[in-house]
Structures are given as structure tokens and as C-alpha cells.
Design a binder for this molecule. Structure first.
Ligand code: G6P
Ligand code: MG
Length: 217
């Protein structure tokens, strides 16, 4: 039957999580805030605005609205210097195998990302044409763990939420998928993503037979 397969972008399709980390770390240090990978984990799946709010909170800083906007722009400009260098080689291992299998089986394929740079990135890595629907940070009011982004993707695919499967690398994203009544598949470490229905280290660990089962369930 036709299911909806919804992919997160950062950390699932491409490893932009490392670029977000580098850009936030540089920004945090420029305002005297220490920023570790542990803290970065909590920013995965979280919007740009919320991310900066958290960094300021951790560093006990309060700044004007004006400076807030400036810092957001600095971070994104820095992030975009990494993005502009991206090409197809940055697609994570076996993502294309999974996409091709789903396409061959006439499944619905959507993007469900918090990023406002999602379309730019999908174009850079030449994957944009594979998606039947794209819902990103420009389309939603409530960010993950709120299920809005995934519910909107399901709607665009014309597939019921409980017929959707979500691939996510963030805790907030897994929570959003669960709240949307979708099957949640964590891509990353099982200890971190323990709320997911299934966890795979990466797509190389996910066999075609597993995907076929999801389709036929
Ligand atoms: C994804 C990433 C987050 C990022 C968010 C917004 O969810 O996991 O780390 O903050 O998108 O991205 P943007 O590209 O709009 O700054
Ligand atoms: Mg992600």
C-alpha cells in the first residue's frame, strides 16, 4: 500500500549537523559562551531562534532584540559558507538506495525539516526532484517536538498520519513523530534516540527487506 515516508534533512540526508555545530560554536564563543557537543545535541531539530535562545540561556546572557537579530544573521551567513560548498558527495551513505527503493515502490516521499535553508541544501545535493512534498522551517509555526511539520507533510502527501514513517536524528524530531502517531525511526545512537520505534546507526544498516515490510504492513 502507499505509505508516506518523511525524511528529516540535517543529520539524516546530509551531515549538515556538523556545520550547524561549527557555526553555533563560533558564534557562542564570540559572545563568551562555552558550547559543547553535548549542548549541540539539544539543538538538533530545534529552530534557529530557539537555538540562539537556548545558547543565551546556557551562557546567562541577555541581549537586545536588535543584537539577537544580528547574531542570528551572523550564524546563518557563516553556516551558508559551508552549505555553498556542498555537492552530491555529501549525501549520507545509502540515502539514495533508500530513496530509490521507495520511488520504485510508488511510495510518498516528503521532507520534514525545521530548516529555512532546506530547499537550498536539497538543490545543492541534487535531491530536490525526489520529493513529492517539502515542509520546512518556512512553513510551520510550532517547531519540533510539536508534530505540525510532519502532519503538514502527511497532508501534502495525502497519506494518513498513522500510515507515515519518519526518519529522524534528533530527540525533538522523534518526539514530534511519536506525537503525530507516526512510526518513528531514529538515525543515530540508540541511547540518545531511545524514544524511537526503531533505531539504526545510519542507512547502511537498514536493509531493503525492512523497508519492504514497512510498505506492506
Ligand atoms: C534543523 C537542524 C537544527 C537547525 C534547524 C534550523 O532542524 O537540526 O540544528 O537549527 O534545522 O535550521 P536553519 O537552517 O533554518 O537555521
Ligand atoms: Mg536532523
Amino acid at each position: 500500500s502507499k505509505k508516506g515516508f518523511i525524511f528529516d534533512l540535517d543529520g539524516v540526508i546530509v551531515d549538515t549537523a556538523k556545520y550547524h555545530y561549527l557555526a553555533w560554536k563560533k558564534l557562542a564563543e564570540s559572545i563568551g559562551v562555552n558550547f559543547t557537543e553535548r549542548e549541540n545535541e539539544q539543538l538538533k531539530g530545534v529552530s534557529r531562534v530557539k537555538s540562539l535562545e537556548k545558547i543565551l540561556e546556557w551562557g546567562n546572557k541577555s541581549i537586545s532584540e536588535d543584537d539577537f537579530m544580528k547574531l542570528m544573521a551572523i550564524k546563518n551567513d557563516d553556516y551558508l559558507t559551508y552549505i555553498n560548498k556542498m555537492d552530491k558527495q555529501e549525501i549520507l551513505p545509502d540515502v539514495e538506495r533508500v530513496l530509490n527503493l521507495l520511488i520504485q515502490n510508488n511510495q510518498g516521499i516528503a521532507l520534514g525539516s525545521a530548516s529555512k535553508n532546506a530547499k537550498t541544501i536539497l538543490k545543492k545535493v541534487s535531491l530536490i526532484h525526489n520529493f513529492d512534498a517539502i515542509v520546512d522551517g518556512n512553513d510551520v509555526v510550532k517547531g519540533k517536538p510539536n508534530p505540525e511539520v510532519f502532519l503538514k507533510a502527511a497532508k501534502d502527501l495525502k497519506v494518513k498520519p498513522n500510515q507515515c514513517i519518519v526518519f529522524e536524528d534528533s530527540v525533538a524530531g522523534i518526539q514530534a513523530a511519536n506525537a503525530a502517531d507516526m512510526i518513528s525511526i531514529g538515525i543515530g545512537e540508540a541511547e540518545i534516540l531511545h524514544e524511537a520505534d526503531f533505531v539504526f546507526k545510519d542507512f547502511t544498516e537498514m536493509e531493503n527487506s525492512f523497508l519492504i515490510e514497512l510498505i506492506n504492513e
